[in-house]
Ligand binder design. Structure first.
Ligand code: NAP
Length: 252
């Protein structure tokens, strides 16, 4: 088998696993309360958000409006309290440790340089959980560790900083402006590429991308996150799934 065939087969296997897990969770989960969820296809989840700035704050709003219970956090509690009150629904504010403990799934959306501290300080709370990682290494902001992460690829570097979690790279390619304004848009939705090694975590990420109003494209295992890291053709634009697949050279 050639490398290309192996790559296609591995992606097909991921899609199959993620799909199978999706069916199980929808059947097993709590249904949304009547009137709560305009978009959610699966069950309501408890989502902890570590880093509730431009990306984490926007996603927290989308998920709360979709009927999820969201705990927004940052080191400085004032802005997250204000944000949670503005979002309403089941959004609340707390410390990063509380978010890590609260979430059955956790979004980590902090400057890349903060990942080592987040992974170290909240290791016990995060252990074994699906974690969606939006963080991009930007050397001018994050220093030398970001240059090293860029060289390795984030699908290799991030798990080193967040050991023991079921990591999915997600929501790293699209600007916060599009995350705010293009959610649930009519017609072809903006695509969000995903990479992860754990089928159930990927399944949850797929649901959360849909519930935020975007279209998930599962690219494959974590090693393939490098294909949509900063500087790649898949990065930095609000692409449709069709456009994204073309750029990634993957089938539907
Ligand atoms: N902006 C975009 O368009 C975009 C798009 C895709 C991906 N990303 C990536 O996603 C991540 C977040 O980006 P952003 O634009 O949302 O950043 P941001 O607006 O600066 O928000 C960062 C958030 O993280 C919190 N934070 C910082 N250090 C922390 C720590 N050690 N522990 C807990 N919380 C911490 C900040 O609040 P406190 O300082 O109060 O803790 C803030 O709430 C970055 O890695 C970025 O590269 C950004």
């Amino acid at each position: 088998m050639g490398a290309n065939d192996a790559r296609k087969r591995s992606r097909r296997e991921f899609l199959k696993l993620a799909g199978a897990a999706a069916a199980g969770v929808v059947m097993a989960g709590r249904p949304f309360a009547a009137g709560a969820a305009p978009a959610a296809a699966g069950r309501a989840m408890k989502i902890g958000i570590i880093g509730s700035g431009k990306i984490g704050g926007a996603l927290g709003g989308h998920w709360a409006r979709a009927g999820h219970e969201v705990l927004l956090s940052a080191r400085n509690l004032g802005p997250v309290r204000k944000l949670a009150a503005e979002i309403g629904h089941k959004a609340r504010a707390g410390t990063p440790r509380e978010a890590a403990a609260f979430g059955e799934v956790v979004l980590v959306s902090v400057p890349y340089a903060a990942l080592p501290q987040v992974g170290r300080d909240y290791a016990a709370e995060l252990k074994g959980k699906p974690v969606l990682d939006t963080c991009n290494p930007i050397p001018r902001r994050d220093g030398d560790m970001a240059a090293a992460a860029r060289a390795k690829g984030t699908g290799v570097a991030s798990p080193g900083y967040l050991p023991g979690v079921r990591l999915v790279r997600a929501f790293n390619t699209v600007s916060y402006r599009a995350i705010r304004s293009e959610a649930h848009r009519k017609g072809e939705k903006v695509a969000i590429p995903l990479a992860g090694d754990d089928a159930e975590a990927l399944r949850i990420a797929v649901q959360l991308v849909q519930d935020a109003g975007f279209e998930p494209v599962v690219v494959g295992g974590l090693a393939r996150a490098v294909e949509f890291d900063t500087g790649t053709p898949a990065y930095g634009k609000a692409l449709t799934a069709r456009e994204l697949r073309q750029r990634l050279k993957i089938g539907s």
